[in-house]
Design a protein around this ligand. Structure first.
Ligand SMILES: Nc1ncnc2c1ncn2[C@@H]1O[C@H](COP(=O)(O)OP(=O)(O)OP(=O)(O)O)[C@@H](O)[C@H]1O
Ligand SMILES: [Mg+2]
Length: 335
């Protein structure tokens, strides 16, 4: 039986769920589900459900079952995991996969038990949990098996996690229960205040991705967007620039910097000197924000760099961790 069993690394993120098998990303879908309100039945998930956001009749609800990295709707999360396992394993009932699934660092035992239970109920044979910073560090090949210090900052959609790792474990870490979505929200409120225009979260995210940056750029870009006039309710365009996006995101970005700074402050001095030599790895979708490496380097006084595989490293590391179980077992969350 074990011979045929698949081994899957699953990164259960607030915005995306990613699955790695045999070193390959085999699935990447938005963590979004469409539910028939009356029957509480899932009719679509992933990209298909995301495309329905803001476009469904009252009988349907399009929702994110995870908030700030933890399960907010247990049943819907289980439905999604079930659909996902069916998609990647074909006939789940015959060959249940062995799964290593991620949870944010610092979640409560109730929160991690919910992830364990939902993954098991969804049709796995065996489930282990791994903290996202540890999985990410394995996924980017940081030398965390040694007694030297390694630092990583995960910039997710719903969380920000800064961690120092050594000897396959987390030495110091902090989790902020907000991330890239808070940057989008800051853009929404900036545009409302400055232009009297209401825009949606997806538009704000487009502004951030297309012209946004963490620090002022030499080259200013601009983007025309359509909003809804706050007073008349009618559609009206506005043009946003890179400088405005930087200004809009200043506050949530400084929360991110502060989280990383607090972790450095509580790191033993010997490890800090290793981190200064090696630099700080930035992972997660937020690592793709222009200039975020510059901002962190400047504010922390330690060189920070974006890894090559920021969005997939956590799932890749989770998959790899299955084979490292004996080495890391002591440092995994117990359920
Ligand atoms: N090019 C880009 N520039 C800026 N931000 C980006 C870019 N691409 C993706 N993002 C942001 O990255 C975030 C998603 O990152 P990621 O996929 O790592 O999150 P997640 O794992 O689902 O969430 P979490 O780990 O917090 O639970 C979103 O906020 C998205 O807007
Ligand atoms: Mg993540």
């Amino acid at each position: 039986m074990a011979l045929f069993s698949k081994e899957l690394g699953i990164d259960l993120g607030t915005m995306y769920i990613r699955v790695v098998e045999g070193g390959q990303v085999v699935l990447q879908e938005p963590t979004v589900a469409a539910i028939v309100v009356q029957e509480q039945k899932m009719v679509a998930w992933g990209q298909e459900a995301q495309d329905m956001l803001g476009r469904v009749p009252e009988s349907l609800e399009v929702m994110r079952p995870l908030q700030s990295g933890v399960i907010a709707d247990y049943e819907v999360t289980e439905y999604m995991l079930e659909a996902l396992l069916r998609k990647v394993s074909g006939s789940v009932r015959l060959f249940r996969p062995t799964v290593m699934i991620t949870v944010p660092h610092g979640v409560t035992s109730v929160e991690s038990r919910a992830v364990h239970e939902a993954t098991l109920q969804a049709g796995s044979r065996e489930v282990s949990l791994i903290q996202q910073p540890l999985a990410a560090a394995i996924g980017v090949d940081l030398p965390i098996g040694t007694p030297s210090g390694n630092m990583l900052i995960c910039l997710g959609g719903g969380t920000t996690q800064a961690a120092v790792l050594a000897m396959y474990g987390i030495v110091a870490a902090e989790t902020l229960r907000s991330g890239g979505m808070a940057l989008d929200e800051a853009i929404v409120s900036y545009v409302r205040k400055k232009y009297g225009l209401i825009i949606g979260q997806l538009t704000a995210e487009q502004i951030k991705i297309k012209i946004g940056a963490a620090v002022p750029q030499d080259e200013e870009q601009s983007l025309e967007i359509q909003g809804q006039d706050q007073v008349t309710g009618l559609p009206r365009p506005a043009t946003l620039t890179t400088g405005e996006a930087v200004e809009a995101m200043r506050e949530p970005l400084s929360d991110i910097v502060e989280t990383a700074r607090r972790v450095l402050e509580k790191t033993p001095p010997e490890l800090v000197s290793d981190i200064i030599d090696r630099g700080v790895a930035i992972t997660g979708g937020g690592a793709l924000l222009r200039g975020v490496d510059k901002l962190l380097t400047k504010e922390l006084g330690v060189p920070a760099y974006r890894v090559d595989n920021p969005t997939t490293c956590t799932a890749e590391g989770a998959a790899r961790a299955i084979g490292m179980h004996a080495l890391i077992r002591r440092n995994l969350p117990v359920v």
